[in-house]
Write a protein that binds this ligand. Structure first.
Ligand code: UD1
Length: 355
């Protein structure tokens, strides 16, 4: 059986790693296509190298651009790739422009499409990711859902007969890496002279927090005013927007730092007093690491983290400050994100339904 995986952005490389491992173990011919949406080495190459994926088989080199330009360039390049490989499945990941482009190109060529991380919803129609996920779910032939909540959303949209609950593949990676890093010192702490529990770790990159100058200034000043040092692992988007809008990312408690490799990120998260983020993946990683999370958004797709008390939504400076200083949540035995074997289940389902 041949599967073509299409990835392009940082979180997709993390999701790809356990799928690639499980596909190889099952003897699947697994072709990896990188759209080139993310191209900086610290957003791309380092994940392929460190997570044992190797190099992509095909690199489209699409790069940055407006949604239309970027998605259109991917669509036209992917047609030729799918035509050459004619796989049994095209596997698409998450909610980026690379996801929707690959799903659209493949279904129009009558190639079966499976969507990994199907059924997540923010119900915020101003998020580009929300459109990407809804369109991909409705186009795809097989919906691989990470949680029961995602299964319920898909059923509500009339998609129950295409849905399978597999668990969350990012959890597969996290559990492995946590075991590796928990006994080692965090390189970030050594570099910045921070003490365990003496700082907050932050990431901010969503369009809704970065693109409007006032909003970015509000978020930066909220972080600068917190009661402990805040290390902002700055995505190139936030660096570019801060420079364009004249917003300082290094003042008060706030200090910016480049993005980290995956294991270094997990080690730093584990050593932090709390996480402040608008990333989807990091909210879940915080939960799985037992680190309180404050999410700088008005809604989350990972509602289990909030329901179980490990995550709070915070929009204003006051809410962010209250979020990071709140009492530590009660420990929980709940495992809403699966058992760390989701990727094996994905490959089993794809094999059992091969066209
Ligand atoms: C994309 C996804 C988002 C995901 C995020 C993970 C979409 C619509 N958004 O957002 O869902 O959470 O990836 O990180 O697909 N840039 C660089 N170097 C790079 C990549 C980007 O400098 O390697 C800069 C460019 O200025 C670019 C901007 O970041 O224009 C935005 O990049 P883009 O890929 O459009 O979206 P992300 O914000 O990364």
């Amino acid at each position: 059986m041949k599967i073509v995986s299409v990835v392009g952005a940082r979180p997709q490389f993390v999701k790809l790693a356990p799928i690639h491992k499980a596909a190889k173990a099952a003897g699947v011919d697994h072709v990896i296509v990188h759209t080139g949406q993310h191209y900086d080495p610290m957003l791309s190459d380092v994940f392929f190298e460190d997570l044992g994926i190797g190099a992509p088989d095909v690199h489209l080199g699409v790069g940055s651009g407006s949604h239309g330009v970027q998605t259109g360039a991917m669509l036209s390049a992917l047609d030729a790739v799918f035509d050459e490989h004619r796989p049994d499945w095209v596997l698409v990941y998450g909610d980026t422009n690379s996801t929707v482009a690959a799903a659209l190109s493949a279904v129009k060529m009558h190639i079966p499409v499976a969507h990994l991380e199907a059924g997540l919803r923010s119900f915020n129609r101003r998020m580009p990711e929300e459109h990407n996920r809804v369109m991909t779910d409705h186009a795809a032939d097989l919906l691989l859902a990470p949680t029961q909540v995602a299964v319920d959303h898909l059923a509500h949209e009339g998609l129950a007969d295409r849905t399978v609950l597999v668990g969350d593949v990012m959890t597969d990676v996290l559990l492995e890496v946590r075991a590796e890093v928990s006994s080692q010192p965090s390189p970030l702490l050594e570099e910045l002279g921070l003490t365990p529990g003496g700082f907050y770790l932050a990431t901010i990159h969503r369009a809704e927090n970065t693109d409007d100058p006032q909003r970015l200034a509000e978020v930066a000043s909220a972080l600068a005013g917190l009661d402990k040092p805040v290390v902002l692992l700055a995505h190139p988007r936030v660096v570019a927007k801060a420079a364009a809008h004249g917003v300082a990312l290094d003042e008060g408690s706030l200090m910016s730092h480049g993005p980290l490799a995956y294991a270094d990120l997990i080690a730093a998260a584990l050593a932090s007093a709390g996480i402040v983020t608008d990333s989807g993946g990091l909210q879940k990683e915080a939960f799985l690491l037992g680190i309180p999370c404050t999410t700088v958004r008005q809604e989350t797709e990972w509602v289990e983290t909030v329901d179980l008390g490990w995550n709070v939504l915070a929009n204003t400076a006051q809410e962010i400050a209250a979020g990071v200083t709140r009492a530590r949540p009660a420990d929980t035995d709940e495992t809403p994100y699966g058992d760390g074997h989701a990727a094996e289940r994905v490959v089993e389902v794809l094999l059992s339904r091969r066209a």
